[in-house]
Design a protein around this ligand. Structure first.
Ligand SMILES: Cc1ncc(COP(=O)(O)O)c(C=O)c1O
Length: 395
């Protein structure tokens, strides 16, 4: 085998996807694993969406489509985005991709040159730093880890590390792993600052529709009207509609960025799956009752979780505003059990309790654990019973 490229050698594999493998391995040994590591809804894709996919297959809608997505889907994206977020995009501003992960990858590939800096939130979703490095860019962090701020997403955390080499910033709201939502005024301040410097603000809002507050999710594209050229919103159907395996995401950006991203997609993946595109039309324009029901269930689980974590005590956390993760500080127990760090604690919990939790180090925040509540109430109850006994009595 020839030597691999320097680019790929700097890349690490996804720690969260690695956990999926570990789980499968343990299950094949007959163990029953309680999985709080999942980054995907535990619900099935709603029936009307599945039916639209089946209809697409029966109707032979199984060939190449335009690279950036079929007109019918772009229309559904534009209409639903305008109704929800108040921004009317044109067709040429929309690019549909196989998952928002690829949308983010395309946007970064389109703007980042070797040596450019990209500001990434800390704690971060595991793929951001790897994607930036893959472009030859330098990762710079917007630090949201100060304990007294409870992971609050602020404009000042992004503005502080900005330099003349900054090319783009990534905002993730609601955040994975913390579930925090950036407030409208903070988002406006951030966009206003960076648009003046000609820096792209890339907003990953793939959990946008999974929020628990009654306050409307702030729209990045209308907050600062003069900034439209400098803002790109990357969205996903994966989480909202429990469609992770269908691989469907979309980006709304200025025409030149959308065209550049389309060019890269043209020569890499081509169009996203034709069947998934038809299913996505139904997801966005059909009945939204299933989404409301899923969000309500996530809220019920979040509240239950919070009550139980409070009862255990000495686990500081920020109540999630959205998404389906708790990001909690286990420093007290790591110290008490004389572990080195969160990795050791997570491994001990896995070995002794058969429970998967994701170490915070994977997101750049040591001594934390990410606990996903995208799993059934029965699993949550059982898992918390075991965890409580382990933490209280040394497991
Ligand atoms: C913050 C964040 N962005 C993007 C993605 C990618 O989602 P998808 O590619 O399925 O749209 C994920 C998935 O876990 C995520 O958590």
């Amino acid at each position: 085998m020839r030597e691999l490229s320097a680019r790929v050698k700097t890349m690490t594999s996804s720690p969260t996807l690695k956990l999926v493998q570990i789980k499968k391995q343990l299950q094949s040994q007959g163990k029953v694993i309680l999985d709080f590591g999942a980054g995907e809804p535990d619900f099935p894709t709603p029936q009307n969406i599945k039916d639209a996919g089946i209809e697409a297959i029966h109707g032979d809608f199984t060939k190449y489509t335009p690279t950036s997505g079929i007109a019918e889907l772009k229309k559904a994206i534009r209409s639903s985005y305008e109704a929800e977020q108040g921004y009317a995009a044109s067709d040429s501003q929309v690019i549909v991709s196989p998952g928002s992960k690829y949308g983010l990858f395309l946007a970064l590939q389109a703007v980042v040159d070797p040596g450019d800096e990209v500001i990434v939130p800390l704690p971060y979703w595991v793929s951001y730093p790897e994607m930036v490095k893959f472009c030859g860019g330098r990762v710079v962090y917007a630090d949201h880890t100060r304990p007294e701020r409870l992971f609050e997403l602020t404009a000042s955390s992004y503005i502080a590390p900005c330099t003349s080499r900054t090319k783009a910033v990534i905002v993730n709201s609601p955040s994975n792993p913390t579930g925090k939502v950036m407030a409208g005024e903070e988002l406006a301040e951030l966009i206003d600052f960076f648009q003046r410097k000609n820096i792209l603000v890339l907003v990953d809002d793939c959990y946008r529709k999974i929020v628990y507050s009654d306050v409307a999710y702030p729209s990045p594209l209308t907050r600062v009207p003069a900034a439209v050229e400098h803002v790109a919103v990357v969205s996903s159907l994966s989480k909202t509609y429990a469609m992770t395996g269908w691989r469907l995401g979309y980006t709304i950006a200025c025409e030149s960025l959308a065209a550049a991203m389309t060019k890269i997609q043209e020569h890499s993946t081509s169009n996203p799956c034709s069947i998934s595109q038809k299913a996505a039309v139904e997801a966005l324009s059909g009945d939204q009752a299933a989404v409301r029901a899923m969000v309500e269930e996530y809220r019920r689980r979040r509240d239950y979780f919070a009550g139980r974590i409070d009862r255990i005590g000495r686990i500081p956390y920020a109540l999630p505003d959205g998404a389906f993760y708790f990001f909690a500080d286990f420093s007290h127990f790591i110290k008490e059990k004389r572990f080195q760090d969160d990795n050791q604690l997570a491994m001990d919990i896995l070995e002794k309790l058969n429970i998967i939790l994701v170490p915070g180090s994977a997101f750049g925040a040591v001594n934390h654990l990410r606990i996903s509540y995208a799993t059934s109430m029965e699993v949550i109850r059982e898992g918390l019973d075991r965890l409580e006994a382990y933490l209280r009595h040394g497991g």
